[in-house]
Design a protein around this ligand. Structure first.
Ligand code: APR
Length: 227
């Protein structure tokens, strides 16, 4: 039985990682057009690099929370494929084995020209850090207005899901938010979020709680489906 999970920044909130659109969220403190678009990169590389350097540095100060751990527990009973909008590595650090990052990864950088050249990069990235051909390296992040390379494989996963869990996302960013509509009709669909957005899925099971507790309730309920 394949359980597909679509996670957003809310699953990392209890680890101390800011969400984007909550009060004091990242987009309350930074303008998207200043730090998360190709134009920002063209106009203000240092500002963009500093934004991601600060967020990358924070990874050393945070750890997975019970919400991440619930999804690892689920792997003991089902095949679990996580499609995350998050760029942190908390799912992996919790022990999840199959994690697809739709919007990139903070701990990786890539050549701004040869996009296949991707490097692990735990430290700060600066202007002048280049690939072997001397091209500037950039954060391995999908910026607003850029293609989402993993959307095809993510869509295929959702089509094959036997159950779907949506957790910690305001469902405002596409194409990620549209994935839920590719899940087969009639499968169990859960949405764990203390302030859930309206989602038009028949039979949606909303768990209006934080991930750290709500996901454990979903895990216990799904275990009853184990055939
Ligand atoms: N547990 C579960 N959900 C939570 C928690 C929590 N402890 N705290 C907050 N939330 C929920 C909020 O209610 C909200 O629905 O997490 C969601 C966060 O929404 P956003 O801040 O919009 O984050 P997200 O949906 O992940 O944003 C999607 O937008 O800016 C881009 O690329 C960025 O990947 C990001 C995308």
């Amino acid at each position: 039985m394949l359980v597909v999970v679509l996670s957003g920044s809310g699953i990392s909130a209890e680890s101390g990682v800011s969400t984007f659109r909550d009060a004091n969220g990242i987009w309350q403190r930074y303008r998207i057009e200043d730090v998360a678009t190709p134009e920002a990169w063209h106009n203000n590389r240092e500002g963009v690099l500093d934004f991601y350097n600060q967020r990358r540095k924070q990874l050393f100060d945070v750890a997975p929370n019970p919400g991440h751990e619930a999804l690892v527990e689920l792997e003991k009973t089902f095949e679990v494929q996580i499609i995350t909008q998050n760029v942190d590595d908390l799912h992996e650090r919790a022990g999840s084995k199959q994690v697809m990052h739709l919007h990139g990864e903070l701990r990786k950088v890539r050549c701004e020209r040869c996009s296949h050249k991707i490097y692990d990069w735990p430290g700060d990235l600066q202007v002048g850090d280049t690939c072997d051909l001397g091209h500037q390296l950039r954060p391995h992040i999908v910026w607003f207005g850029e293609e989402v390379p993993m959307i095809g494989p993510a869509t295929e996963l959702c089509r094959k899901a036997d159950a779907l869990i949506i957790v910690g996302t305001s469902m405002q960013v596409y194409p990620a938010a549209g994935l839920v509509h590719y899940a087969p009709a009639g499968i169990p669909v859960y949405y764990v979020d203390p302030d859930p957005a309206p989602v038009a899925i028949p039979g949606l099971r909303v768990v209006a709680e934080k991930a750290g507790t709500g996901l454990w309730k979903v895990v216990e309920e799904l275990k009853k489906f184990k055939v």
